[in-house]
Design a protein around this ligand. Structure first.
Ligand code: HXC
Length: 257
């Protein structure tokens, strides 16, 4: 497949997707959305890929939905084409996605980072939901995922004022897992992805599913779901191998099944 708005590479068991519309600060137009979703689904279908890194440029992870593409759309157009609905497909990718965010992650850019499973930020990262400045509101899950990530007070502050939040504030608020020097963000994200990709893929899938359950169910139901997933792993070759390797004081050789 040839892509025009992203660069797709593999490094060992890690798939890397780089947003590549530098002249528009990686603004998310329909083509870019379709390409990112297509590339992520292809990695997800590839058993040789154990983790995905999603990144942009040093200046911008993504400066939002493409305002130029969006500005002339009518109500009936956005409804009938389910405008930006394809982004929802990313949340159905089972392979872990790590966003390496440097520079601007605004509007749809912040929402895209939050569609990833975890965010590693460079010190120069700026997060925000500035849609209010354009007379609209977040439309790719920002009002929901930001609120779950940072709580009501800060989510309201960001969504209502449209202000930008620096990386250290984002880390204190729990939006990002780590802040590292800007030039190291991609490397650190790739290292984390390589670590994840060295585990049993099946336990990685179920671990991700278990953590995600925390966001859409009660504690009792979530713990019950976790227990069922945990029990199910005792039916896998990789549980046998992982525990045998510990006892035999050697590294496990996972078969991913
Ligand atoms: C289209 C964009 C863009 C965007 C930047 N550009 N952001 N084009 N959509 N979201 C373009 C500019 O028009 C410009 O192109 C080029 O990228 C460089 O941007 P500058 O503004 O010149 O750079 P700078 O002065 O460094 O300012 C950076 C910036 C600013 C602070 C990030 O670009 C900015 O405020 N961008 C918009 C941020 C925003 O509002 N995002 C939310 C979008 S709404 P030209 O051709 O003029 O040189 C959204 C809704 C999500 O995301 C929900 C949808 C369903």
């Amino acid at each position: 497949t040839t892509y025009e708005t992203i660069i797709v590479e593999t490094e060992g068991r890690v798939g890397v997707i780089t947003l590549n519309r530098p002249k528009a600060l990686n603004a998310l137009n329909t083509q870019l959305m379709n390409e990112v979703v297509s590339a992520a689904k292809a990695f997800d279908a590839d058993p040789e890929i154990g983790a995905i890194v999603l990144t942009g440029s040093e200046k911008a992870f993504a400066a939002g939905a493409d305002i130029k593409e969006m500005s002339s759309k009518s109500y009936s157009e956005v409804v009938s084409e389910a405008f930006f609905g394809a982004w929802d497909d990313l949340s159905r990718v089972r392979t872990p996605i790590i966003a390496a965010v440097t520079g601007y992650a605004l509007g749809g850019g912040c929402e895209l980072a939050m569609l990833a499973d975890t965010i590693i930020a460079g010190e120069n990262a700026r997060f925000g939901q500035p849609e209010i400045n354009l007379g609209v509101i977040p439309g790719i899950g920002g009002s929901q995922r930001l609120t779950r990530a940072v709580g009501k007070a800060k989510a309201m502050d960001l969504v209502l004022t449209g202000r930008q939040m620096k990386a250290d504030e984002a880390e204190r608020a729990g939006l990002v897992s780590r802040v590292v020097p800007t030039e190291e963000a991609l490397t650190v994200a790739k290292e984390a992805a390589t670590t994840i990709a060295s585990k049993s893929l099946i336990s990685v899938y179920l671990a991700k599913e278990a953590v995600n359950r925390a966001f859409d169910t009660t504690l009792t139901e979530g713990v019950r779901a976790e227990r069922g997933l945990f029990y199910s792993l005792f039916a896998t070759d990789d549980q046998t191998e992982g525990m045998a390797a510990f006892i035999e004081k050697r590294d496990p050789e996972f078969k991913h099944r």
